[in-house]
Write a protein that binds this ligand. Structure first.
Ligand code: 5RP
Length: 228
């Protein structure tokens, strides 16, 4: 199976975790796309009753078209389960997200969820985090100063640009800086440092957050639970 087929298989499989009357967080990305399509199908054809919050405008628009009932995060009590993609996951279930630039909303939704389930193809499972550039969402105000600070810490920052060479803008109209680290030996230490830098809205290290991963393999979706 190619990568897209693996993404589709895990996206469809993950909808089995959604039970009637649940409040569900919908992530963002090309794997989540398939999950949302399948959820829409079940809402329409099986009358599955759910309410959902989304982590991006993209996912909101897709879900709305499919007739999935949507709420704002401030309107709900608690999220039963959030299903999202990831860019890398290590053996300790720590992850990098934000390849799609939505990690601030994704982390906010994840932190308000009883259970977090990630759906990935097998290429995302890695021994050590960091080959995938670590995204950080930054306030445009003073971002060049922050950039220099990141450079001086040897974090190899690069502004994310669109195909036209313009700064990539998040849903909140902030910029993304990607840190090309190669390897992150101490994710908690790095996360702690980034958490304390004024100007950084949120970084893409998702630590101690995920409960279950559905991995797309050539033998079908494999479910791995993390006992915390
Ligand atoms: C968006 C994300 C995505 O979940 C992540 O980039 C994986 O995307 P895809 O499923 O397209 O590979 O974090 O901010």
């Amino acid at each position: 199976m190619n990568q897209d087929e693996l993404k589709k298989a895990v996206g469809i499989k993950s909808v089995d975790f959604i039970k009637p009357n649940m409040t569900v967080g919908l992530g963002t990305g090309s794997t989540v796309y398939y999950m949302v399509e399948e959820l829409g199908r079940r809402v329409q054809t099986e009358n599955l009753t759910v309410q959902c919050v989304t982590t991006s405008t993209r996912t909101w628009q897709q879900a709305e078209k499919l007739g999935i009932p949507l709420k704002k995060l401030n309107e709900i009590q608690q999220i039963d389960i959030t299903i999202d993609g990831a860019d890398e996951i290590d053996q300790n279930f720590q992850g990098i997200k934000g390849g799609g630039g939505a990690h601030t909303y994704e982390k906010t939704v994840a932190l308000n969820s009883k259970r977090n389930l990630w759906i990935v193809d097998q290429s995302k499972m890695v021994p050590t985090l960091g080959k995938f550039p670590l995204p950080i969402e930054v306030n445009p105000f003073g971002c060049e100063q922050l950039f220099k600070r990141l450079q001086s810490e040897d974090l190899h920052p690069q502004f994310r640009l669109t195909d036209n060479g313009q700064p990539y803008l998040t849903d909140m109209k902030n910029y993304i800086i990607d840190l090309h680290l190669g390897q992150i030996k101490h994710p908690h230490l790095l996360a702690d440092w980034l958490d304390h830098q004024t100007g950084i809205i949120e970084h893409g290290l998702f630590l101690d957050l995920v409960n279950t991963v559905v991995v797309g393999t050539d033998h079908g979706p494999q479910i791995i639970d993390q006992i915390r």
